[in-house]
Design a binder for this molecule. Structure first.
Ligand code: SAM
Length: 404
């Protein structure tokens, strides 16, 4: 039985969400366990849609459409869901897209999303969650962030922003900016709005201070310089705790993996910087087992192989050899190397059980572009579900929840 409740405009809410820029659906995977139901998903890429359906089954709610086709997209959303998520394309907010910025061909789709929200005049989602790379903070010296959040605030949203790194949950370094919009009509005692004339015992300031670990200085100072017609708001969530994990747990070591020949392994060993070579030599000498991950990069005109033994670097879409992750394994006094598999990519995104039915490169493309599932679960546990439930609890008696 699903809980429903009446919104302040008289419409009934279920624990429903719409996933914009849905890709292969890892936001969906993160929200599903606590009972969120995806009523609408949108993406333009048929290959991602194929992966999504392999995992979630035939999905009539998945709308393959350009977000800029506002009428077609908004037309499919007869009723506003409680939550809308948008992991809009990051390429123009990074070196890969030459820092073209939020007006770039890909990242400007964010404004397509805002147009869809704008079209929902009568009632908008109560909560919006955006996800993107941290380059969103530095793009055009912060002007892109200011304009993007200003646009969200103009639609009636009070805003919060945090940087959550996948490394809190899985052995992958993947810091991502998450922005939350709490609509003015959201009736939740958990949402703490920043007041004018900040005092030290202000509840908003205390909640923000308590979570300093997800609020780097660059984000705080940019937020201070960002004018919002609504304002800043937060929810008093706890700082994340680092999970126990090891890279070894996500890497397969059996002989059926496509390990490189000794020649290819030696070639990559020679590409390592001296400290990495020394570390590999020590591990080989000690007989200890160690698993690392590497990328190929061009440094000073030379291809280098950069290894780390604590975490994998941030997964990326594997367009060329330099964007693909390499497994570096020292086992039984021997160095073995190979490309990381699609299944390992899935595990590094916390989606180890994902039903992969497409060719490996297509799957890695999907996972490299996606969001880390346990990061979404953490956000859901501490922000999204509590806000949904408190909005429900705050309703007057005559609008008490009814069964669907
Ligand atoms: C960063 S990825 C989001 C990935 C997603 N969160 C996941 O878990 O797979 C951005 C997505 O935006 C989609 N996209 C790009 N341009 C679009 C457009 N004009 N309309 C709709 N979707 C678009 C891409 O196909 C891509 O899947």
């Amino acid at each position: 039985m699903r809980r429903r409740h009446t919104g302040s405009e008289g419409a009934a809410y279920s624990k429903d969400f719409a996933e914009f820029f849905a890709g292969i659906g890892l936001v969906h995977l993160g929200l599903q366990p606590s009972g969120w139901r995806c009523v609408y998903a949108n993406d333009i890429e048929p290959k991602k849609h194929a992966m999504y359906e392999a995992q979630f089954g035939r999905a009539a709610h998945y709308h393959l459409e350009d977000i800029w086709n506002t009428d077609a997209v908004a037309g499919r959303l007869a009723k506003a869901p409680f939550l809308a998520t948008a992991s809009f394309p990051c390429v123009d907010l990074s070196l890969a897209g030459h820092w073209r910025g939020i007006d770039g061909e890909h990242s400007s789709t964010y404004f397509g999303f805002l147009k869809v929200l704008e079209r929902m005049r009568r009632e908008r989602p109560k909560v919006v969650m955006l996800e993107n790379v941290c380059g969103f903070l530095t793009s055009r010296k912060g002007a892109d962030f200011q304009r993007a959040l200003g646009g969200l605030a103009e639609l009636g949203y009070w805003v919060d922003a945090i940087v959550l790194d996948a490394k809190w949950f899985v052995p992958q370094s993947r810091p991502r900016l998450f922005v939350f919009g709490f609509h003015d009509t959201l009736d939740s005692p958990l949402v703490i709005r920043r007041r004018e004339g900040l005092a030290l015992d202000d509840p908003w300031a205390m909640a923000v201070d308590r979570t300093a670990v997800v609020r780097p200085n660059g984000l705080l100072s940019l937020s201070d310089r960002t004018y919002l017609p609504t304002g800043w708001a937060t929810v008093a969530f706890p700082p994340p705790q680092r999970m126990e994990y090891r890279l070894l747990e996500v890497i397969d070591l059996d002989d059926s993996q496509e390990w490189w020949s000794d020649e290819e392994t030696s070639r990559h060993y020679e590409m390592m910087e001296t400290p990495s070579k020394r570390r590999v030599d020590e591990l080989i000498g000690s007989g200890d087992r160690a698993i690392g991950a590497a990328f190929r990069r061009t440094r000073r005109g030379q291809t280098r192989c950069e290894v780390r033994f604590d975490l994998a670097g941030c997964l990326r879409t594997p367009k060329g050899g330099s964007a693909k992750q390499i497994v570096v394994a020292v086992v039984g006094g021997k160095l073995r190397m190979r490309w990381m598999s699609a299944r390992e990519y899935a595990r590094l995104q916390g989606a180890g059980e994902f039903n992969i039915t497409v060719p490996p490169l297509q799957a890695m493309y999907g996972f490299g572009d996606a969001v880390c599932v346990p990061a979404v679960r953490w956000i859901d546990r501490h922000i999204l579900t509590p806000v949904f439930e408190s909005h429900s609890a705050a309703l007057p008696a005559h609008a008490a929840p009814a069964s669907a």
